[in-house]
Design a protein around this ligand. Sequence first.
Ligand code: GSH
Length: 217
Amino acid sequence: MAEGARFRLYGRPFWGSAIVEAQLAWYGLPFDYDAVDDLFQSAAARAALAPMNPLAQVPTLVLPDGRVLTESAAITLHLADATGRDDLVPRADAAERPAFLRWLVFLVANLYPTFTYADDPQRFVRDAAAAKAFAEAVEDYRRRLWGIVESAAGAPWFLGARFSALDLYVAVMTHWRPGRPWFETDAPKLAAIAQRAGAEPRLRSVWLHNFPKDFGA
Ligand SMILES: N[C@@H](CCC(=O)N[C@@H](CS)C(=O)NCC(=O)O)C(=O)O
Protein backbone atom coordinates (compact mmCIF):
# COMPACT_ATOMS: atom_id res chain seq x y z
CA MET A 1 0.00 0.00 0.00
CA ALA A 2 1.45 3.38 -0.99
CA GLU A 3 2.82 5.55 1.82
CA GLY A 4 0.28 8.18 2.89
CA ALA A 5 -2.58 6.43 1.09
CA ARG A 6 -5.80 6.67 3.06
CA PHE A 7 -9.10 4.84 3.03
CA ARG A 8 -12.37 6.76 3.26
CA LEU A 9 -15.13 5.08 5.24
CA TYR A 10 -18.69 6.31 4.88
CA GLY A 11 -20.33 5.40 8.13
CA ARG A 12 -22.67 6.22 10.93
CA PRO A 13 -22.08 5.49 14.61
CA PHE A 14 -23.98 2.38 15.82
CA TRP A 15 -24.55 1.20 12.24
CA GLY A 16 -22.77 -1.60 10.35
CA SER A 17 -19.90 0.65 9.34
CA ALA A 18 -18.62 -0.07 12.88
CA ILE A 19 -17.66 -3.57 11.66
CA VAL A 20 -15.35 -2.05 9.06
CA GLU A 21 -14.17 0.80 11.28
CA ALA A 22 -13.07 -1.83 13.81
CA GLN A 23 -11.07 -3.70 11.14
CA LEU A 24 -9.35 -0.55 9.85
CA ALA A 25 -8.41 0.33 13.44
CA TRP A 26 -7.30 -3.23 14.16
CA TYR A 27 -4.97 -3.28 11.15
CA GLY A 28 -3.77 0.27 11.87
CA LEU A 29 -4.79 1.41 8.39
CA PRO A 30 -5.11 5.19 7.96
CA PHE A 31 -8.64 6.27 7.13
CA ASP A 32 -10.93 9.28 7.03
CA TYR A 33 -14.43 8.87 8.39
CA ASP A 34 -17.25 10.49 6.48
CA ALA A 35 -20.26 10.65 8.80
CA VAL A 36 -23.49 9.95 6.93
CA ASP A 37 -26.88 11.21 8.12
CA ASP A 38 -29.69 8.77 8.90
CA LEU A 39 -30.25 7.05 5.55
CA PHE A 40 -33.83 6.19 6.45
CA GLN A 41 -34.66 9.84 7.12
CA SER A 42 -32.50 11.86 4.75
CA ALA A 43 -33.03 11.79 0.98
CA ALA A 44 -29.95 14.04 0.66
CA ALA A 45 -27.77 11.49 2.48
CA ARG A 46 -29.08 8.71 0.21
CA ALA A 47 -28.47 10.81 -2.90
CA ALA A 48 -24.90 11.61 -1.81
CA LEU A 49 -24.05 7.95 -1.24
CA ALA A 50 -25.90 6.47 -4.24
CA PRO A 51 -23.22 7.21 -6.88
CA MET A 52 -20.81 5.03 -4.87
CA ASN A 53 -23.32 2.52 -3.50
CA PRO A 54 -26.62 2.20 -5.41
CA LEU A 55 -28.24 0.76 -2.27
CA ALA A 56 -27.12 3.87 -0.33
CA GLN A 57 -25.96 1.81 2.61
CA VAL A 58 -23.06 1.94 4.99
CA PRO A 59 -20.42 0.61 5.17
CA THR A 60 -19.17 2.08 1.91
CA LEU A 61 -15.40 2.12 1.63
CA VAL A 62 -13.29 4.04 -0.86
CA LEU A 63 -9.91 2.38 -1.27
CA PRO A 64 -6.74 4.50 -1.35
CA ASP A 65 -6.65 4.22 -5.17
CA GLY A 66 -10.25 5.45 -5.48
CA ARG A 67 -12.01 2.15 -6.10
CA VAL A 68 -15.22 1.68 -4.16
CA LEU A 69 -15.99 -1.37 -2.09
CA THR A 70 -19.37 -2.09 -0.55
CA GLU A 71 -20.65 -5.14 1.36
CA SER A 72 -19.01 -5.70 4.72
CA ALA A 73 -18.03 -9.30 3.92
CA ALA A 74 -16.28 -8.26 0.69
CA ILE A 75 -14.52 -5.49 2.60
CA THR A 76 -13.50 -7.97 5.33
CA LEU A 77 -11.94 -10.34 2.80
CA HIS A 78 -10.32 -7.52 0.82
CA LEU A 79 -8.67 -5.90 3.84
CA ALA A 80 -7.11 -9.23 4.80
CA ASP A 81 -5.82 -9.66 1.24
CA ALA A 82 -4.58 -6.06 1.02
CA THR A 83 -2.70 -6.25 4.33
CA GLY A 84 -1.46 -9.82 3.78
CA ARG A 85 -2.51 -10.55 7.35
CA ASP A 86 -4.48 -13.43 8.80
CA ASP A 87 -5.32 -12.12 12.26
CA LEU A 88 -8.96 -11.37 11.30
CA VAL A 89 -9.46 -13.80 8.39
CA PRO A 90 -8.00 -17.32 8.54
CA ARG A 91 -5.82 -18.08 5.53
CA ALA A 92 -7.13 -20.33 2.73
CA ASP A 93 -5.31 -23.37 4.14
CA ALA A 94 -6.20 -22.75 7.80
CA ALA A 95 -8.37 -25.35 9.54
CA GLU A 96 -10.83 -22.63 10.61
CA ARG A 97 -11.28 -21.21 7.09
CA PRO A 98 -14.43 -23.15 6.04
CA ALA A 99 -16.24 -22.29 9.30
CA PHE A 100 -15.12 -18.67 8.96
CA LEU A 101 -16.54 -18.41 5.45
CA ARG A 102 -19.71 -20.25 6.37
CA TRP A 103 -20.60 -17.98 9.28
CA LEU A 104 -19.40 -14.77 7.63
CA VAL A 105 -21.80 -15.41 4.77
CA PHE A 106 -24.52 -16.59 7.14
CA LEU A 107 -24.32 -13.30 9.04
CA VAL A 108 -24.46 -11.07 5.96
CA ALA A 109 -26.82 -13.19 3.86
CA ASN A 110 -29.32 -14.22 6.52
CA LEU A 111 -29.09 -11.99 9.59
CA TYR A 112 -28.17 -8.62 8.14
CA PRO A 113 -31.15 -8.52 5.73
CA THR A 114 -33.56 -8.86 8.65
CA PHE A 115 -32.57 -5.27 9.47
CA THR A 116 -32.99 -4.20 5.85
CA TYR A 117 -36.55 -5.53 5.94
CA ALA A 118 -37.60 -4.60 9.48
CA ASP A 119 -35.85 -1.22 9.99
CA ASP A 120 -38.37 0.48 7.72
CA PRO A 121 -40.89 -2.25 6.82
CA GLN A 122 -43.16 0.11 4.86
CA ARG A 123 -40.53 0.21 2.13
CA PHE A 124 -41.63 -3.38 1.45
CA VAL A 125 -45.19 -3.62 2.74
CA ARG A 126 -47.09 -0.38 2.18
CA ASP A 127 -50.13 -0.97 4.39
CA ALA A 128 -49.21 0.19 7.92
CA ALA A 129 -50.88 -2.67 9.82
CA ALA A 130 -49.52 -5.30 7.46
CA ALA A 131 -46.06 -3.70 7.67
CA LYS A 132 -46.16 -3.92 11.47
CA ALA A 133 -47.09 -7.61 11.33
CA PHE A 134 -44.37 -8.22 8.73
CA ALA A 135 -41.75 -6.48 10.90
CA GLU A 136 -42.77 -8.59 13.91
CA ALA A 137 -42.42 -11.78 11.85
CA VAL A 138 -38.98 -10.67 10.67
CA GLU A 139 -37.94 -9.91 14.27
CA ASP A 140 -39.05 -13.43 15.27
CA TYR A 141 -37.13 -14.90 12.36
CA ARG A 142 -34.03 -12.94 13.42
CA ARG A 143 -34.19 -14.43 16.93
CA ARG A 144 -34.35 -17.88 15.34
CA LEU A 145 -31.32 -17.08 13.17
CA TRP A 146 -29.36 -15.88 16.19
CA GLY A 147 -30.23 -19.17 17.89
CA ILE A 148 -28.57 -21.00 15.01
CA VAL A 149 -25.48 -18.78 15.26
CA GLU A 150 -25.39 -19.34 19.03
CA SER A 151 -25.35 -23.13 18.46
CA ALA A 152 -22.28 -22.76 16.26
CA ALA A 153 -20.38 -20.35 18.51
CA GLY A 154 -17.17 -21.43 20.23
CA ALA A 155 -15.31 -19.96 23.19
CA PRO A 156 -13.53 -17.74 23.99
CA TRP A 157 -14.09 -16.61 20.36
CA PHE A 158 -16.58 -17.62 17.71
CA LEU A 159 -14.03 -19.90 16.02
CA GLY A 160 -12.76 -21.22 19.36
CA ALA A 161 -9.20 -20.34 20.30
CA ARG A 162 -8.60 -17.78 17.57
CA PHE A 163 -10.01 -14.29 17.27
CA SER A 164 -11.46 -13.30 13.89
CA ALA A 165 -13.63 -10.76 12.11
CA LEU A 166 -16.65 -12.90 13.13
CA ASP A 167 -16.12 -11.66 16.67
CA LEU A 168 -16.31 -8.08 15.39
CA TYR A 169 -19.61 -8.82 13.65
CA VAL A 170 -20.95 -10.36 16.86
CA ALA A 171 -19.66 -7.44 18.95
CA VAL A 172 -21.43 -4.90 16.73
CA MET A 173 -24.61 -6.76 15.79
CA THR A 174 -25.43 -7.76 19.38
CA HIS A 175 -25.92 -4.04 20.12
CA TRP A 176 -28.86 -4.12 17.70
CA ARG A 177 -32.32 -5.59 18.18
CA PRO A 178 -33.19 -7.78 20.04
CA GLY A 179 -30.52 -6.12 22.23
CA ARG A 180 -27.91 -7.18 24.76
CA PRO A 181 -30.29 -8.33 27.54
CA TRP A 182 -31.85 -10.83 25.09
CA PHE A 183 -28.41 -12.14 24.09
CA GLU A 184 -27.40 -12.51 27.72
CA THR A 185 -30.34 -14.81 28.42
CA ASP A 186 -30.94 -16.47 25.04
CA ALA A 187 -27.53 -16.44 23.37
CA PRO A 188 -25.00 -16.36 26.22
CA LYS A 189 -22.03 -17.56 24.13
CA LEU A 190 -22.54 -14.66 21.70
CA ALA A 191 -23.00 -12.23 24.61
CA ALA A 192 -19.69 -13.45 26.08
CA ILE A 193 -17.89 -13.02 22.75
CA ALA A 194 -19.29 -9.51 22.43
CA GLN A 195 -18.22 -8.70 25.97
CA ARG A 196 -14.66 -9.92 25.33
CA ALA A 197 -14.36 -8.06 22.02
CA GLY A 198 -15.72 -4.99 23.77
CA ALA A 199 -12.85 -5.18 26.25
CA GLU A 200 -10.17 -5.29 23.52
CA PRO A 201 -7.96 -2.20 24.12
CA ARG A 202 -7.08 -1.82 20.41
CA LEU A 203 -10.75 -1.27 19.63
CA ARG A 204 -11.66 0.99 22.53
CA SER A 205 -11.85 4.18 20.44
CA VAL A 206 -14.06 2.45 17.86
CA TRP A 207 -16.47 1.17 20.52
CA LEU A 208 -16.56 4.59 22.19
CA HIS A 209 -17.29 6.24 18.86
CA ASN A 210 -20.11 3.84 17.99
CA PHE A 211 -21.63 2.87 21.33
CA PRO A 212 -20.75 5.71 23.70
CA LYS A 213 -23.51 4.93 26.22
CA ASP A 214 -22.44 1.28 26.54
CA PHE A 215 -18.79 2.21 26.99
CA GLY A 216 -19.25 4.85 29.66
CA ALA A 217 -18.61 7.95 27.54
N1 GSH B 1 -25.05 -6.28 3.00
C1 GSH B 1 -24.59 -5.02 3.53
C2 GSH B 1 -25.66 -4.45 4.47
C3 GSH B 1 -25.38 -3.02 4.88
C4 GSH B 1 -26.57 -2.40 5.58
O1 GSH B 1 -27.69 -2.94 5.59
N2 GSH B 1 -26.33 -1.25 6.21
C5 GSH B 1 -27.40 -0.53 6.89
C6 GSH B 1 -26.89 0.10 8.17
S1 GSH B 1 -26.46 -1.08 9.41
C7 GSH B 1 -27.88 0.60 6.03
O2 GSH B 1 -27.09 1.38 5.52
N3 GSH B 1 -29.20 0.70 5.88
C8 GSH B 1 -29.82 1.72 5.10
C9 GSH B 1 -30.78 1.14 4.10
O3 GSH B 1 -30.83 -0.09 3.96
O4 GSH B 1 -31.46 1.94 3.45
C10 GSH B 1 -23.24 -5.21 4.25
O5 GSH B 1 -22.97 -6.33 4.72
O6 GSH B 1 -22.43 -4.26 4.28
